[in-house]
Design a binder for this molecule. Structure first.
Ligand SMILES: C[S@@+](CC[C@H](N)C(=O)[O-])C[C@H]1O[C@@H](n2cnc3c(N)ncnc32)[C@H](O)[C@@H]1O
Length: 301
């Protein structure tokens, strides 16, 4: 809840300090008749003024800045809507990034994309097992590489068009009996079954703000078995990338037809993965740090 700020009467509160408190109801003594001595009263008012000054500073540091941060963070919801639409509209051309190094590729070397896609495909094939959830699965690009050794696969994405491409892939692989496609925002979705052996997050965390990242890892912990494992694929941050991109923030992306969208994107380097491990108490290991992609495997501590 946003703190309530009310102007103070200058007679009672010298300097006209503002009283800021997180909820309604006064925290100040209402009955001051016990101060009959004028000099004592002056001292009391001065000390009281200093006290409110301190409260004001503490409030600014503890409430104001986090509130401001949260307000800035909600700006993301506009970008989020645009990003959701972008991925929906990009569904048909999405895999060109992997197969042709085309689209929003910021490193102009298609062969490098293809090489690293092979590396990630190998990691997905070795890592995913049992009951898997592919979070923000998109077109299910990694599915053919891991589905054979899995007993069940839940593929969740907010985009209906991405899921429709994914459904075609499920059919062509003839794995409909073990795949369950869910169209929803992962962060908002209520899971009936929450005991996955393994989770794959391909290029998803990079689209979350820091606040959402925290929500995400809390949710991940709640849907994985205690022995559960997870695999993160994402985009590497390096000097080459820095020539055309900001490390994090609002980015513009264009479809093949030139239509532009704002999206939120972060790029990760080794230290970011280490930070996530510490912050969310996870055991994380780097599997691949390439020119284009980064892969990390993890388990709950
Ligand atoms: C960069 S694509 C990655 C697709 C796939 N995981 C891959 O590795 O190719 C990002 C995907 O995340 C989906 N997405 C973004 N935010 C989401 C959310 N909160 N819940 C579900 N899906 C989301 C988008 O619709 C898009 O399909």
């Amino acid at each position: 809840m946003l703190p309530v700020c009310t102007p103070l009467s200058p007679q009672v509160y010298p300097g006209g300090f503002r009283r800021c408190k997180p909820t309604g109801g006064s925290v100040y003594p209402k009955d001051r008749r016990w101060i009959s001595n004028p000099s004592l009263k002056r001292k009391f008012v001065t000390v009281q003024g200093e006290f409110y000054k301190i409260i004001d500073v503490v409030w600014r540091k503890t409430c104001f800045l986090p509130c401001l941060w949260q307000m800035l963070d909600t700006v993301n919801s506009d970008i989020k809507a645009s990003m959701f639409e972008y991925y929906n509209e990009r569904a048909k051309e999405y895999e060109e990034l992997y197969t042709l190094g085309k689209g929003p590729a910021s490193i102009p070397d298609p062969e490098a994309y293809k090489r690293e896609v092979n590396i990630l495909a190998g990691i997905a094939g070795e890592f995913c097992y049992g009951s898997v959830i592919d979070i923000a699965c998109g077109t299910g690009f990694w599915l053919p590489y891991y589905v054979r050794q899995c007993s069940q696969v839940t593929l969740i994405d907010q985009s209906a068009k991405m899921l429709s491409v994914c459904k075609e892939k499920v059919s062509s692989l003839e794995v409909q009996d073990k795949c369950n496609l869910v169209c929803d925002d992962f962060l908002a979705h209520q899971f009936n079954v929450a005991n996955f052996d393994c989770a794959l997050m391909g290029f998803f965390i990079s689209h979350l703000s820091q606040k959402e990242e925290q929500e995400f890892f809390e949710k991940l912990k709640s849907i994985l078995k205690p022995s559960g494992k997870f695999l993160i694929f994402d985009s590497t941050w390096n000097e080459e990338r820095a020539r055309t991109r900001e490390k994090q923030g609002k980015h513009q992306r264009k479809l093949n037809n030139g239509r532009a969208f704002d999206i939120y994107k972060r790029y990760f380097e080794k230290d970011d993965i280490i930070r996530m491990g510490k912050q969310y108490r996870l055991t994380l290991s780097l599997g691949h740090v390439g020119r284009i992609f980064i892969a990390a495997t993890g388990k709950l501590k």
